[in-house]
Design a protein around this ligand. Structure first.
Ligand code: GRF
Length: 226
């Protein structure tokens, strides 16, 4: 059984690529029904084409208002046959109707240890603040920005000389590990929601070696293959 998911993008799509790679490795129990971008020039679209995944461009500027855009987005996702939605660098807030249609079936990744540094340019915010630990968060999406229940977080060191770029690169290498893992947990029915808390059902899977990337902490632990 594989979970049909739509991936919403706006940019480079490196997280999309990490998800595609784990699917092609045969470890992630999902299949991508469509990649939907609000930007026609998003490199993520090229990645979709390369891997034979249907790609849809829905430029938000072409719609009269947010509600109309949201309805079109929802139609594109539903028509693809998706049962869940992955936001991978999608730079638009989803409307209430969209969130209601896929409630508890939408994941987002944010390049900070939420609830610290929500919103735009989180890596630069963290570097500028002078944190010594930074990271990334995969969470369920609700109506508020970067707000829903947390699925997994990864922490990395941050240094005084870091800027958005250097810190962002360190964070990104772990984004590519934790996002496919979180999606696999969703796809295999191992996540359950209890208020703000997400519980992960245990499974007899060996932990992955994460220290090959850099000194880091990932919780819950990554499993073999991720
Ligand atoms: C990532 O940093 C992600 O955390 C944030 O947007 C960026 C998307 O990068 N939500 P990419 O398009 O996946 O390369």
């Amino acid at each position: 059984m594989t979970l049909p998911v739509a991936v919403l993008v706006s940019g480079s799509g490196s997280n999309l690529q990490a998800i595609i790679d784990r699917i092609e490795d045969g470890v992630l129990a999902a299949r991508i029904t469509a990649v939907v971008s609000n930007k026609a020039d998003a490199y993520a679209l090229t990645r979709a084409h390369t891997h034979g995944i249907p790609a849809v461009v829905l430029p938000h500027a072409a719609f009269p208002d947010r509600a109309a855009y949201d309805a079109a987005l929802l139609a594109a996702v539903r028509d693809s046959g998706a049962e869940a939605v992955v936001l991978a660098g999608f730079m638009r807030l989803l409307g209430a109707d969209f969130v209601a249609a896929y409630r508890d079936r939408i994941l987002n990744i944010h390049p900070a240890l939420l609830p610290a540094f929500p919103g735009l340019a989180a890596q630069g915010q963290a570097a500028g603040y002078g944190v010594t630990i930074a990271g990334a968060t995969v969470h369920f999406v609700d109506e508020k920005m970067d707000n829903g229940p947390i699925v997994i977080q990864a922490a990395v060191p941050a240094f005084p000389d870091d800027d958005a770029q250097s810190l962002g690169g360190r964070i990104m290498s772990l984004e590519h590990r934790i996002y496919p893992q979180a999606l696999h947990w969703l796809a295999t029915g191992r996540l359950s929601l209890h208020g703000r808390k997400t519980r992960l059902a245990p499974a007899s899977v060996a932990p992955a070696d994460i220290q090959d990337v850099m000194p880091c902490l990932v919780s819950p632990a990554l499993e073999t293959g991720f």
